[in-house]
Ligand binder design. Sequence first.
Ligand code: SF4
Ligand code: SF4
Ligand code: SF4
Length: 510
Amino acid sequence: MMIELNIDGKKLSVESGTSVMEAARQLDIHIPSMCHIGDLPHFASCMICMVKEVSSGKLFTSCTVKATPGMEIITMDDEIREARKTALDLLLSDHVGDCDAPCQISCPAHMDIPMMNHFLAERKFAEAYDVVIQDIALPSILGRICPAPCEGACRRNSVDEAVSICFLKMYAGDYVVSDGVPTEAFAVRNGVPAEAFAVRNGVPASGFAFAGMTTLRGSRVAVIGSGPHGLSAAWYLQSFGYQCTIFDRYALPGGALRYSVPKALLPDEVLDKEIERIRQSGVIFQMNAEIDPERMKELENEFDAVVYPLEKQLKMAIKASAFGKEAAWKTKQKLMGEPVVGEPKMFNSRFGKLKESEAVEYLKESVAGERIEPSLGFTHGLTEEEVVAEAARCLHCECRKADNCLLRIFSDEYKAEQKRFQGPERKPVTKQFQHETVVYEPQKCIKCGICVRITEKHQEEFGLTFIGRGFDVVIGAPFSESIREGLTHTAEEAAHACPTGALAMKGGRK
Ligand code: SF4
Ligand code: SF4
Ligand code: SF4
């Protein structure tokens, strides 16, 4: 029997027994859900698929309620939005996980430090560089002079000492240079002549080439000042496809980097090579260019946009560089007629400090061993072997599902608040690594039951089930078996279907 109903003002007919959510999908109306997947039987648990019946004004979960004749539904208004947000706030209230690692949150440029570490530990230096350059335009320079706020926030401090993030970034930055020939210091510390090193490593990497290879959009941008702010803004704008011209009153580019930082800390060779890479990306440098108010007005007429210098110049070059990237994003958005909001930022679940007893859980995906200091001295940085060993000390505090977790995506969309219903105590972090291919982190589980139903569908001997009652319920294998026995042939399917980082493939985000 066919049933007629109305969703968001559109009429449709559906088979009797069709849920409101399925009916909406037939109209291409997307209702968010985390516990409903394919043809698996389900029950409402995430509660974010709320919709409203117009006649009664009642809210209900669209995944469970069946369409009835003459039903009139709306799928979004302020009340529905608030109900979905509240459902997310409740799910987040006892959710223990970090979407992005604390180091990344503390980095003013928000660099993906754990991903860099992944690649460095595997000797994939060009890939590590590609990760760094997405957020830090001047890795060789900043690897030498950044005061490393990321290291202050590093979770490894709870075990022994922070990962040597700055030296790792310096190595990645030095690895790829403007003309394929590494800096003298880089060649020396690796014990090979510069040219031989370049040949062996096949530089430059794709990250170096990306800006120069971008098709230009036709708009021209003037950037005032060639310090870390201007260099960074120009690099990212050029990579977005805008022809950039940097104007600076001095004869040589670099601003405070050249004229204020001691040469022993930042040799001209490093500065020049990094600036040369930016020049080769297509950025034009106009030096000895005094920009008085009159000239500024001319530039505003000549160019489609002007990036002005920071009002207050800081002391931290990484901050200036981060502001430069932000200026690039805002300029791009302005030129494209989009809302000027800066670089998009995602919702972040955070749980704060690690308890002493939890350090052992994090060490499960790392190695023992104290922080490695550069054997050849601080100006040379770490050797290749030291880099590989130091990068392996990373605890990988980021979430394996950070890029595709539905809880994160919807929390972002509905501006969920993790602290709204949070109690004073959080659950302790545990990471279960017994399985060959997947990792289970129970404190990230929203008890959607998808993994349980997958193991039932594929007739696992033990499978997974709900254990316990009420707020203390957890997902696990019955009869005190481990996750390994519960997921003998369904691990991969369950990990991919899990809407959060609770069940995830061991390889993580790589
Ligand atoms: S499970 Fe999702 S919300 Fe939780 S830490 Fe991971 S990415 Fe963030
Ligand atoms: S251990 Fe690794 S992921 Fe964790 S905060 Fe330190 S560098 Fe970042
Ligand atoms: S572990 Fe299972 S119950 Fe928990 S969120 Fe993932 S799929 Fe859902």
